[in-house]
Design a protein around this ligand. Structure first.
Ligand SMILES: Cc1ncc(COP(=O)(O)O)c(C=O)c1O
Length: 329
């Protein structure tokens, strides 16, 4: 990973956004500097993905996003069905077959001269861009390295981690710590010292054949839920309970999981190599079952693309990542 700012090329983002009731090129989606979503991180969001032309677990993401907005006392002036239609149309217009689809609701801004939150008009924004990988698929297949960050995750009493949020400074600091220590990513502990989550993912450990994830201090990830569902269906025992730092360091396997990448095995934690340095069998099986579900009509919602609606640039981009995603697809 680790491309530095000097070498990264900033080309225009491809994709389509929906802002102020209109569909626009993604690059034109803007938020005012006066919006509290920007100046106070007073915003909630959700990210769902489209894979092979189908939304994955769309209703789960809508459930979570509606609950997040309610928890922050936001009402964006569009109901769930309206939002679903905007999401479908945004991706259809983009032509993207594999897409990272974000929906966000900002507090908005109060009338000039006021700071009364109740007078803000909440603002809903949706965008669909090419699929984003927290860890590139070629790195996933060989496994990633993680540190345990010295920075604790912000306390759940201060910022509720189950309301998906942009309070990312602890996560960003942990990533720089990981880069400095030659690791791909970081796992953060909650203020009580138990395992919380990482920058954009939930954490599981595997111990004596049991698949274990923290019960608190983290976002209730849809991918985490999917992993737990797969385990239930396959008779793999699970535990949802506090996980200590020692258990993380001593695990048979560790895996991280997120919408933006799926199931991502860890092969090094701090200085310890897990297994023989290759992803463990439980992690790899879960990763395969996870991707296999993307063809299941019960889990997915097809995008209503127009007849001529394919993204001309997409095939090569898609092929590059796909080589590392387990089949059957
Ligand atoms: C902090 C954090 N934890 C966990 C996750 C994983 O959640 P999901 O599987 O719903 O993408 C995310 C996703 O972006 C996240 O930002």
């Amino acid at each position: 990973m680790g491309m530095d700012q000097a070498t990264s090329v900033q080309t225009a983002y491809r994709g389509i956004a929906w802002v102020e009731g209109a569909f626009v090129p993604a690059e034109e989606a803007k938020v005012s500097v006066f919006d509290y979503g920007f100046s106070r991180s007073d915003v909630t969001y959700d990210v769902v993905h489209v894979w092979d032309g189908r939304f994955f677990r769309l209703e789960h993401h809508l459930d979570r996003f509606m609950a997040s907005m309610a928890a922050l006392r936001m009402s964006p002036g569009l109901d769930r069905e309206g939002l679903r239609q905007v999401l479908l149309e945004c991706v259809a217009r983009s032509g993207l077959r594999d897409s990272f689809v974000a929906m966000l609701c900002t507090r908005g801004r109060p009338p000039q001269g006021s700071r009364d939150l109740r007078l803000c008009r909440n603002k809903l924004i949706v965008y669909a861009v090419p699929f984003v990988w927290v860890v590139p698929p070629e790195r996933q297949a060989s496994g990633i390295s993680a540190i345990i960050s010295s920075i604790p995750r912000i306390g759940a009493e201060s910022v509720d981690p189950t309301v998906k949020n942009y309070h990312w400074l602890d996560l960003d600091r942990s990533l720089f710590e990981a880069y400095d220590r030659g690791a791909d990513t970081a796992i953060l502990l909650a203020p009580d010292g138990s395992v919380a989550e990482g920058p954009g993912f939930n954490v599981f450990i595997v111990r004596d054949g049991r698949v274990i994830t923290p019960d608190a201090g983290a976002l209730e990830g849809i991918t985490r839920r999917t992993v737990l569902d797969i385990c239930a269906e396959r008779g793999i025992p699970t535990e949802v309970r506090p996980v200590s730092r020692e258990e993380l360091l001593d695990a048979d396997e560790i895996l991280t999981c997120t919408t933006a990448g799926g199931v991502m095995p860890v092969v090094r934690i701090e200085d310890r190599i897990l297994g023989n340095g290759a992803p463990g069998p439980v992690s790899m099986a879960l990763r395969e079952f996870y991707w296999a579900r993307h063809a299941d009509p019960a889990e997915t919602t097809p995008v209503p693309y127009p007849e001529d609606g394919t993204d001309p640039e997409a095939p090569e981009l898609r092929a590059a990542g796909r080589a590392f995603i387990p089949s059957p697809r």
